[in-house]
Design a protein around this ligand. Structure first.
Ligand SMILES: NC(=O)c1ccc[n+]([C@@H]2O[C@H](COP(=O)([O-])OP(=O)(O)OC[C@H]3O[C@@H](n4cnc5c(N)ncnc54)[C@H](OP(=O)(O)O)[C@@H]3O)[C@@H](O)[C@H]2O)c1
Length: 242
């Protein structure tokens, strides 16, 4: 159990994939600290983690708030970044693209990750790691998803660039396919399973992934002391189907 007694900070850990990472690391004996912007969500998730968990609030789009949050944190071993927002227009044809609001799509997942890594860096152990998160939209764009695809690709290349710059601290990225999290609760319950099935039916593994399955990729990248600059897809084979 390589994570036993390690301290792991999960930004975005109050729900979904991030919470599953925190819970899996705690099950391996790690001390976990989760963070996100809603105090109510952080409190509820921390309570679910029990004695292994602590939490703090931070809005990753607010540089001063990120600096405040990390300046008061104890040193730690591994940083995981899974924060993602779901508001605003995420799809649309180029002809309809609003160039004033489109950069907002990068605010949490890309610039938020950059701000968190910068503020967290002095606290991360030299043999520690940073794991970012993008998504398969980077590799399988659809018409109308150019900005989302570019943003997800940018996160991947941020991990590669930082791996070169920050070594021996390792920097990697997990690239999830369709994973069952709170996000999909926006689909009405009566049609949710049918829709998730339809979205994944052509994959090599024709089902939605579970957050616990995605979490294993983060655990691997934290544990494997020789892996850096890597992007690990956990996508049910979505990326290899023709
Ligand atoms: N689920 C999927 O199918 C899937 C597929 C591909 C990629 N991904 C990627 O995986 C990541 C996690 O997805 P998920 O499904 O686990 O989503 P989720 O359940 O909505 O979790 C997102 C987390 O980010 C936090 N967050 C949002 N805005 C924030 C902000 N400004 N500052 C700090 N924290 C913030 C949320 O908490 P607060 O609301 O409290 O801030 C929450 O803890 C995202 O980047 C997503 O794009 C997911």
């Amino acid at each position: 159990m390589a994570l036993k007694d390690q301290h792991i900070v999960v930004v975005g850990g109050s729900s979904g994939i991030g919470f599953a990472v925190a819970a899996a690391a705690a099950a391996e004996g790690a001390r976990v600290t989760i963070a996100s912007s809603s105090a109510a969500k952080v409190d509820a998730a921390t309570a679910r983690l029990g004695n292994a968990g602590a939490g703090f609030t931070v809005d990753v789009t607010d540089k001063a708030d990120v600096e405040r949050a990390f300046s008061s944190l104890d040193p730690f071993d591994h940083l995981v970044f899974t924060a993602g927002d779901w508001g605003g227009p995420r799809r649309g044809a180029l002809k309809d693209l609003d160039l004033d609001t489109a950069p907002g799509l990068f605010a949490v997942r890309f610039w938020g990750a950059m701000a968190v890594v910068k503020a967290a860096l002095p606290k991360i152990a030299p043999e520690g790691s940073i794991t970012l998160t993008n998504g398969m939209i980077a590799h399988r764009p659809r018409p109308g998803s150019a900005v989302s695809s570019a943003m997800a690709g940018a996160v991947e290349h941020l991990a590669r660039g930082l791996a070169v710059e920050l070594g021996p601290i390792r920097v990697n990225c997990v690239c999830p396919g369709l994973i069952r999290t709170e996000v999909w609760n926006s689909i009405p319950a009566e049609s949710r399973e049918d829709q998730l099935k339809a979205l994944t039916k052509n994959q090599a593994i024709p089902r939605v992934g579970e957050a616990e399955e995605a979490a294993q990729a983060y655990l691997f990248l934290m544990n494997c002391g020789y892996a850096t600059g890597q992007v690990l897809k956990v996508d049910g084979g979505f990326g290899v189907i023709p």
